[in-house]
Structures are given as C-alpha cells and as structure tokens.
Design a protein around this ligand. Structure first.
Ligand code: GLU
Length: 288
C-alpha cells in the first residue's frame, strides 16, 4: 500500500452523471488503487444556483453501483466557504485582483470588435476593467454587480516562469498569453472553480490530479494560483474524453445516457465498468 498517493474524483452536482463520468471516475479510481493509494470523493457544489441535493444523492448511488468506492467521508466544497474567502482576501491584499463590471453582452461586443483568442474559460477577456481608477471602481462596486478578475500580468511578474508535469502529456510550461485575466470571484458566487479546486487539491493532500483533457488548459491557472498562494503542485494526468458516435464529448447537457437510468433499469454497474476497462480504456496508457 502506498498511502502517500491520493487521487480524487470531483464531480459537480448540477446534473446526472453519464458514461463519460463513469469512465472518468474509473480512471481516477484505478489510478489510485493500482498504486495502492487513496481515492477521495469531493462534491464540487459551490455553484449554488445549479447544484442540487438530488444530484448529490444520484452521484453517490451511481458510484456505489459502479463499484468505485471512495475512502473516508465525502468532501463538500460548500463546507469550505471560509477557506475560499481567506484566499480571495490574500490575493486582494497582494493587489492581484480587480473588479470587473462587464456584462456578457458588453464582452461579446468587445470580442466581436477585437481578438477572438480562446482561454481556459472561453474567449480571453479584453481587459476593459483592468485599468479602472481604483477609487472609482470601489465606489461603483457598492451598487453595481461585479466579478473579481486575476491580473495575469501582475501575477506572472511575481511568480516568473512556471512548469507542471502531466504523466500523459509530459512537461508543461505556462504560456501566459493563452490565459487572460480569469474570473476568481464570479458575480453571483463567492469563488470560482479555479480557486476552489486549487485550494482543495492542496487541502485534501492530492498528489495526482486525474481528470479529463477538457480541463487541461485550466491547469496553467491552477499552477499559477499554487505559486501565488504557496501551495504544493500535484502531478497531473489528463485522460482522453469519451466521445459519442458523432465525435462530440459526452456531457450532461447533451442527451447522453445517464447512469441513474441504467442503474434503475437493472443494469449491472460493475460489469459496465469492466467493459469500460476492457474495451474503451485507450491503448498506450498505463496506470501501473
Ligand atoms: N468539478 C469539475 C467538473 O465536474 C471537475 C473538477 C476537476 O476535476 O478538477 O467538471
């Protein structure tokens, strides 16, 4: 047993899990088990507008049905607001965050007029609010809805060049040009995914972040936040995504078969995972 290895599966309870999640959970689970490590389950329920308790229940039932059992208690991000708020304050005190009053519509307009480059969260923010007068922004902030963005240039100036390792894709060097000033505190929630996940991976002692290639581009942001907040850097393993017949990623918003439907129809979850292991696990990836 190598108790030093800690891996997590971290679903967001804003829909039912589908086959793509079964595959992701299996890869993370097997990665931990084959190395004699621990496998944790963290429910990423910070988006209170979209998270629902019935989806949490379905996630737990689905994973049990699949035979992908986790160690210890289930972790809930919604129990950790204080630690997120403390980190936001720390980044503010380092003068790395600024208020952004842009709306979806105003940003779309600016993007149509300018660059279309894509960052981890969609089109790269044009920086409209980056140089607002601080006193004025503070004044507007009293009444106007706003988010807080990370000033990428200032952040990188502090940390210098950064690297991280992906066991499948090799060594990565952060390319600040591709990131943009990502949102750290959205308008309607106290913390964004990037900060919460970075803090929690450190807090939970995650040694290997095993997740889908869809989050590959986000890891640069997470690595940057680790450097700014003096957090350790795990090793990463971004696995390929399951795609449907048309080549599209299986996702909750599409009409992919949900695990709950299969479970309730009496299918054998353990056999389904065996099938994923046997037939779909891509050739050339070794979990040993
Ligand atoms: N909560 C995220 C999701 O469901 C995954 C987070 C992660 O693995 O880093 O897409």
């Amino acid at each position: 047993m190598n108790r030093d290895i800690v891996v997590r599966f971290a679903p967001s309870p804003n829909g039912l899990l589908h086959l793509g999640h079964a595959y992701a959970a299996m890869v993370a689970h097997d990665f931990a088990r084959k190395r004699g490590g621990r496998f944790l389950l963290r429910i990423e329920d910070i988006d209170s507008g979209r998270s629902r308790s019935e989806f949490v229940e379905a996630i737990l039932a689905d994973l049990q049905w699949l035979g992908l059992l986790w160690d210890g208690d289930v972790i809930f991000q919604s129990d950790r607001w204080d630690s997120y708020a403390a980190a936001v304050e720390r980044l503010k005190s380092m003068d790395l965050l600024y208020r952004c009053f842009c709306t979806r519509t105003s940003m779309r307009q600016v993007q149509e007029d300018g660059s279309q480059a894509e960052g981890p969260d969609g089109p790269i923010y044009a920086g409209t609010c980056r140089h607002l007068d601080t006193a004025l922004a503070e004044q507007r902030g009293l009444t106007e809805p706003h988010s807080w963005r990370l000033d990428l240039a200032k952040a990188i100036a502090r940390t210098g060049s950064l690297e991280w390792l992906d066991e499948r894709h090799g060594k990565q060097v952060i390319d600040a040009e591709k990131l943009g000033d990502v949102v750290i505190v959205p308008k309607d929630t106290p913390v964004a995914y990037h900060l919460a996940v970075t803090l929690d991976d450190a807090r939970d002692g995650i040694t290997h972040v095993v997740r889908g290639d869809d989050l590959f581009a986000s890891t640069d942001i997470h690595r940057l936040l680790q450097a700014l907040l003096d957090l350790p850097t795990p090793t990463y393993f971004h696995h390929p995504l399951l795609i449907d017949e048309s080549g599209a990623k299986l996702s909750k918003s599409r009409d992919s078969a949900s695990l709950s439907v299969l479970r309730m129809a009496g299918h054998d979850g353990y056999e389904l995972v065996q099938q994923l292991r046997r037939d779909i696990f891509p050739v050339g990836i070794s979990l040993s």
